[in-house]
Each structure stands twice: as C-alpha cells, then as structure tokens.
Design a protein around this ligand. Structure first.
Ligand SMILES: Nc1ncnc2c1ncn2[C@@H]1O[C@H](COP(=O)(O)OP(=O)(O)OP(=O)(O)O)[C@@H](O)[C@H]1O
Ligand SMILES: [Mg+2]
Length: 313
C-alpha cells in the first residue's frame, strides 16, 4: 500500500532521555519505523519499558524526538491544525473524579471547541455509545475501572476525530471490561476510524487488531498482519493416543511423517494437518484410542517471546 494511505508514519525515530543533570543519556527509541493504514486497528505491542508510551508521546507532540520524523494524516507532528482529527486516551488517565461523566465529557467538548449548540447532544450520544447513559449523572469517583476507562475513550472521541490513539485501553480491566472495550474499538473501526493501541495483552491483540508491530528495547522486532500468523497455511496438529503397539507407532512415523514422543501407554505426536485423518484411521484400525487432537497455531505469544529472546540474546 502506498504511503499516502498511511495515516500514521514514523520514520527513523530516535529518542534519548537524560535521566538527570550530568547523567549519561539513555536511548529509549533506537530509530523506529512503521506505518498505520487508514481504517485499521493497529496494535503496538511490547513488554514493560519497551518504549510504547514514549512513541505515543512523540506522536502526540508531548515530547520531541531526538531525530527522525513522524506524521499523522500527512502532517508533520510539529504542526497543530490537524490535531482536531486526533483523539487520545493517555496511559492511566486520571480524570477529575468529582465531576460526573456528563460534566467531564462536556468539559472536554468545550476544550476541543465543540459548538455549544450541539454539545449536549454530542455528550448524550457518546454516553450512550460507551454504554454509560445510566451513569452519566454519577460522579466518576463512583465508577468501576471499566466505566472509568469507557468514559476515557468517550473523552477521546468528543470532537469526532478520525484517528484515535489509545495507551493500554484494557489495562486493569476484568474479562468483561476487556470485552466491552474490545467491542468499542471494533465499533470505532466500523465507523471508519483508524485506531492505534498500545498494549501487552496479546489475546486482545489477536482478537481485535488487523496488524501489529512488536517493540522490544526501543527497536521494532516484528511487523505483520494478525491474520498472517493466525492462519499461515501449513498447520500442525498435536495428537495424543494410547494403546498403540511400537510397530504401529513406527509405521505412523514412516508413512505419515508423524513426529512421535513417548512410547507405551500414551504416545504424543505432531502431524501435518492434512495427514490427521490418515493417522487417526491407522490408530483406530490398530485398536488404539485417540485421546486428543489439538490444532497447533502459531500464536502472537510465540512470536512475541521469540522477539524478546532475540533482542536479549
Ligand atoms: N521522562 C523520562 N526520563 C527518562 N527515562 C524515561 C522517561 N520516560 C520513559 N523513560 C524510560 O523509557 C523506557 C520506555 O518507557 P515507556 O514508558 O515508553 O515504556 P512502555 O513500553 O510504555 O512500557 P509499559 O508497558 O510499562 O507502559 C523505560 O525504560 C523508561 O524508564
Ligand atoms: Mg506505557
């Protein structure tokens, strides 16, 4: 895809921090390059301290990169006019908790210049959108974490931006809260918005993100489509059987390319997906029992762990 359709472009971005006066500078981003395409949900994944929030702060213009360029919607991030197209949920967002959800959203709508004639309606729509209509008039201090996170996402959307940046939107949430936020993010995409999210919750990434980049120690170690690794053609299956004589096991190895582990009561084997039926038939014909058949998927977790190990090697 051409770079014009990239909504976010980061090119060779380096960030050094000086931890204190006279102390040696510490390089946190080592020249990172990646792009986010229009209408996708992009997951920026990495272990604690990898540089995700720092990258997002550079993009939001909160800190300056030491070198390199970053653009959003084709504008250099040092420009300000395009910011009305950008929504942002900071990491561990803290909101004035003596305000009600409705007051908070009204406050942010004023800040971002939403016209007074449509503001009240916009706030109502957003409360409904994030499922907080019933709690709009309760103070935020009475909200659960999931509710606070949802009001935070509503806050990022008050001015109807086309790109939304979320730093750890699922952190601290229980499985129900995470599902609610995932559903919201998917809804944002269905409205044509582009979503960039930082996270280290890999199962959420597998469920919602179209593409991911993995950052480890300030370097991009992997980029790819989520579908590519969840669905990459040559699958293997793990089959566990019992009651198989050694000569039958040997035949499975020879005829079907099964990789066997353990003999005796239980035999475990890895088999190419297309051989699974033949292997099962042979086992049953030899009066063996099939205990389990488990498709083996390449998971984001294995890619993530490889990326971290490679960087640390
Ligand atoms: N203002 C700062 N001064 C010095 N070092 C900093 C500063 N901000 C961040 N760092 C360092 O930069 C590195 C990356 O931090 P960052 O917050 O970007 O990580 P992260 O990937 O968002 O991690 P987490 O998953 O924990 O949120 C860390 O080692 C952190 O200590
Ligand atoms: Mg962070």
């Amino acid at each position: 895809m051409s770079s014009e359709s990239e909504i976010v472009q980061i090119q060779d971005v380096v960030k050094d921090f000086r931890p204190g006066f006279g102390l040696r500078k510490k390089r946190v981003l080592h020249g990172i390059t990646f792009g986010v395409k229009a209408g996708e949900i992009f997951g920026f994944v990495g272990p604690n301290g990898a540089g995700k929030t720092t990258t997002l702060k550079v993009l939001m213009g909160l800190i300056r990169a030491t070198s390199g360029t970053a653009k959003i919607l084709g504008h250099d991030i040092t420009e300000t006019a395009f910011r009305s197209e950008v929504g942002f949920l900071p990491e561990n967002a803290y909101f004035y908790d003596y305000l009600t959800g409705r007051e908070l959203l009204d406050f942010y709508a004023r800040l971002s210049g939403v016209d007074s004639s449509i503001r009240a309606k916009r706030v109502d729509t957003l409360l409904d959108w994030v499922g907080l209509s019933h709690a709009g008039d309760a103070r935020i201090r009475t909200y659960s974490k999931g509710m606070a996170q949802r009001v935070g996402i509503a806050q990022a959307l008050v001015h109807d931006p086309s790109v939304v940046f979320l730093d750890e939107p699922m952190s601290g949430l229980d499985p129900i809260g995470r599902k609610e936020i995932r559903d919201l993010i998917i809804r944002l995409r269905s409205e044509g918005k582009t979503v960039f999210m930082n996270t280290h919750i890999l199962s959420d990434v597998e469920m919602v993100c179209d593409r991911v980049a993995i950052i480890v120690h300030g370097k991009i170690r992997y980029q790819g489509h989520t579908q590519e690794f969840l669905d990459d053609g040559e699958h293997q299956c793990e089959i566990m059987v019992s009651g198989v004589e050694p000569e039958v096991a040997a035949r499975l190895e020879e005829q079907h390319g099964a990789e066997l582990r353990g003999v005796g009561a239980r035999v475990e084997m890895t088999v190419p997906e297309k051989k699974v039926e033949a292997v099962l038939e042979s086992v049953l014909a030899a009066r063996g029992r099939v205990l389990s058949v488990t498709p083996h998927r390449v998971s984001l977790e294995s890619i993530f762990l490889d990326a971290v190990r490679e960087e640390e090697a």
